[in-house]
Design a protein around this ligand. Structure first.
Ligand code: NAP
Length: 349
């Protein structure tokens, strides 16, 4: 562990060994300790040096492990730098007038104990610490914003039917609760009976099913939505999206938030064969791009913080201890091993 204040410190870091195709394996990454890290900011820099406290384990990270075009939203990981992702960090040194030493922030950082961030353009100062700090990787961070504004795109009305895939994850569990508080009938799908039980017992879903036990997704959806689906919040794409399109109601809405079922086979993605039904049913399909909503973050906080403080919203986290367990956590997320928002606890405050 590095000693703050010293110039040269040791810094544990996670690297991608090489660009990959197919399923991510833990062995595709390695953990190294650099004993010669220079933690001082260069003279005149307006960046910050941070101590990373929590790192977010996010599906999109898999896409950056090969040279996949995200249309300028992300760039793929460099092999000679630590893997990047969202995190919560404390500032050790600042050249940025908006942040001072000791401030807590969330935003993109490195999968390492300490990071030098040359830009703080997409970073937010954490002003409220009466809630768990880890929440800024999830409900109070990027996944929370995607869930809230992505669901808002769907214009769901009281009494409508809502379906959420990957419903027990960092995003999905929130969408389900937002839909319930809008007065909708909400069904979620997830990949284990444990997750299905959580959705119904703790996260307020009306119904939930284990999609891995369904041989016919179309039939499963017809069972839960005999009259059809008004709103689909898609976290998975692929065969589930294809089955949902067949079951949408006239003038239904689909928010395309994620397509995790395709992230490990991005070069040979499955097609969505039933999309033609969306024409006949006048279904509106819109992509969720979380960065669009960052300017609305203060408004989102005003909405969500009281719900957390009053215990009116639940948030299930799956926290692993130690940066060295990061590679297994990310490989596991892409196989559905996480139960709730997946997070790595790197250091205590
Ligand atoms: P998450 O749901 O907490 O974790 C990923 C989950 O995906 C796994 O636990 C697993 O759950 C499911 N999964 C893995 N492989 C799958 C497959 N082949 N088919 C179906 N499900 C599979 O992740 P999250 O952070 O909440 O993200 C959910 C989705 O939203 C992801 O697609 C992510 O990329 C996307 N996202 C998009 C934005 C945006 O701006 N558009 C922002 C945030 C997140 P099961 O056990 O249910 O299979």
């Amino acid at each position: 562990m590095a000693e703050e204040g010293s110039v040269h410190v040791s810094n544990k870091q996670v690297f991608l060994k090489d660009y990959i195709t197919g399923y991510l394996e833990e062995s595709d990454m390695c953990v190294k300790t650099d004993n010669t890290v220079h933690l001082k900011l260069p003279e005149g820099s307006n960046g910050v040096v941070v101590k990373n406290l929590y790192l977010s384990v996010d599906p999109y990270m898999r896409l950056l492990m090969q040279k996949f075009d995200t249309h300028g939203i992300f760039s793929h990981f460099a092999l000679n730098s630590p893997v990047r992702g969202y995190g919560v960090a404390r500032i050790c040194e600042s050249g940025d007038p908006n942040f001072k030493k000791g401030d807590l922030i969330w935003g993109t950082t490195g999968w390492e104990e300490y990071s030098v961030l040359t830009s703080t353009d997409d970073h937010f100062k954490i002003e409220h610490t009466d809630v768990p700090l880890s929440y800024y990787t999830g409900i109070l961070g990027m996944p929370g914003i995607a869930a809230y504004y992505g669901f808002e795109l769907c214009s769901a009305k009281k009494g409508e039917t809502v379906f959420v895939s990957s419903a027990c994850g960092g995003v999905g569990q929130l969408v389900g609760q937002f839909a319930k508080s809008a007065g909708c009938y909400v069904v979620g799908s997830a990949g284990s009976d444990e997750k299905v039980n959580l959705l119904k017992s703790k996260l307020g879903f009306d119904e939930a099913f284990n999609y891995k036990e369904e041989s016919d997704l179309d039939a499963a959806l017809k069972r839960y939505f005999p009259e059809g689906i008004d709103v689909y919040f898609d976290n998975v794409g692929g065969q589930m999206l294809d089955a949902v399109v067949l079951n949408m109601k006239y003038m239904g809405r689909i928010a395309l938030c994620g397509m995790i079922s395709q992230y490990n086979n991005i070069d040979s993605r499955e097609g969505t064969h039933n999309l033609i039904s969306a024409i006949f049913k006048a279904v509106r399909i819109e992509g969720v791009q979380v960065h669009r909503y960052y300017p609305l973050y203060p408004k989102f906080l005003e909405f969500i913080l009281p719900l957390i403080r009053e215990g009116k919203i639940a948030y299930v986290e799956d926290i692993v201890e130690g940066l060295e367990n990061g590679p297994a956590a990310l490989a596991g997320l892409l196989r559905g091993r996480n139960v709730g928002k997946h997070i790595i606890a790197v250091a205590s405050e």
